[in-house]
Design a protein around this ligand. Sequence first.
Ligand SMILES: *[C@@H]1O[C@H](CO)[C@@H](O)[C@H](O)[C@H]1NC(C)=O
Length: 163
Amino acid sequence: MSSSRVCWRSRLALCLTLLLVTGHWWDAMCMPDATTPRPVPRRDADYPPPKSVALLTRLGVECIAETGVSPSAIKRFSDEDIFEDDYKLKCYMSCLFRLTNVTDDNGELHLGKLLDTIPIEYEDIMLKMGARCTKPKGKDQCERAFWFHKCWKKSDPVYYYLV
Ligand SMILES: *[C@@H]1O[C@H](CO)[C@@H](O)[C@H](O)[C@H]1NC(C)=O
């Protein structure tokens, strides 16, 4: 074996080693983990759509009275983390579905009716957000309403909102 060939081989080995090392470095830098900050929800003059916010705020008053949920819990779920231990919040979500008339005869969310209420310019975003959120689980209507909200927020934490 000629010496130039040995040299070429060791260079290749060095190169592969660097690739592996930098590959791991890349993973560490770019893969999401527990220390990566959460994506920031979009909140500006155009989003969430002011008309939707106005309607939901009006109906929300009624649903807050009905369920006894705290407004801070609604805000926290909308703009911060997903938490599971607030049954009043889950029933608030169910109440909002009912008062916005996006439920079927059994009071369950009707996805087609929900889509009809989405402003046309946000239809693609909402379809994508809800694409994997079609088979709710939960022992009652409040739990199933929450299942949808949790699924949407997980799917698109930037565009998801709750009023
Ligand atoms: C829902 O339907 C009821 C009964 O038809 C109606 O009075 C109410 O205005 C509707 N609410 C919305 C938000 O469309």
